[in-house]
Design a protein around this ligand. Structure first.
Ligand SMILES: CC(C)(COP(=O)(O)OP(=O)(O)OC[C@H]1O[C@@H](n2cnc3c(N)ncnc32)[C@H](O)[C@@H]1OP(=O)(O)O)[C@@H](O)C(=O)NCCC(=O)NCCS
Length: 192
């Protein structure tokens, strides 16, 4: 089984990195989430199939509410990535698709466009992957990115995931099929 800590504990003592604080998403984040998506729609849309459905502020509220419920039901742990000093919301990093029997989770992430190019996602995702192994007791973390998503593949490369193969036409996004490069990291891998 994965060991999901109570959300309130992690809200009170969020994950801190050098420049960032990673806080479980809840409904109080919905206005910031909406503004981040609105400011970055054209950069997010090619890679994230949910973006067109995030069409009004209420959709961000529903997402934030569902994220809190998913955490409480041990289905997923999603974090808002915030600046340590100003607390501005830069994006989201999450562990999804919990398979308790197999102790496996999937990593997903996005940044608002004006927060890209600073290494924030590598910093946040590295911390979350470490958290997945040490706190959740995950055995395996999977991550997938479209074969032409250069920025995401670079993040995955910096984190030290191992390439496992191509999932053909795994996702329909922005009017085209995306081939996914699939990567994994195990608790027993040196990087973990
Ligand atoms: C994928 C995504 C999160 C990557 O964002 P990113 O800013 O490129 O990644 P990082 O935050 O790790 O930053 C790395 C960049 O910051 C630069 N950088 C600047 N200062 C840095 C610092 N202090 N430390 C580390 N890197 C730094 C790096 O050189 C790198 O730039 P480069 O790729 O031009 O060499 C972003 O492009 C995104 O949200 N895309 C749309 C959604 C998406 O594709 N999600 C993933 C679906 S699989």
């Amino acid at each position: 089984m994965l060991a999901v800590p109570p959300r309130i504990e992690v809200v009170r003592r969020p994950i801190e990195t050098q420049r960032l604080v990673l806080v479980p998403i809840e409904t109080s984040d919905s206005a910031d989430l909406w503004s981040a998506v609105q400011s970055s729609r054209s950069e997010l849309e090619p890679w994230l199939p949910w973006v067109p459905f995030n069409a009004d502020q209420d959709a961000s509220y529903r997402y934030a509410d569902a994220s809190a419920q998913d955490w409480d039901n041990a289905r997923a742990c999603r974090f808002g990535i915030r600046d340590k000093k100003g607390r501005k919301l830069y994006g989201v990093v999450g562990l999804e698709a919990f398979a308790h029997l197999h102790q496996s989770v999937e990593l997903g992430y996005w940044l608002r466009t004006d927060a890209t190019g600073h290494g924030y996602m590598t910093e946040a995702a590295r911390a979350i992957v470490g958290w997945a192994f040490t706190v959740l007791h995950a055995h395996r973390v999977r991550v997938a990115a479209a074969t032409d998503n250069r920025a995401s593949l670079a993040v995955i490369g910096r984190l030290g995931f191992r390439f496992e193969g191509i999932a053909r036409q795994a996702e329909r996004c922005h009017g085209r099929w995306l081939d996914h490069a699939v990567f994994g990291m195990l608790a027993t891998d040196a990087r973990a």
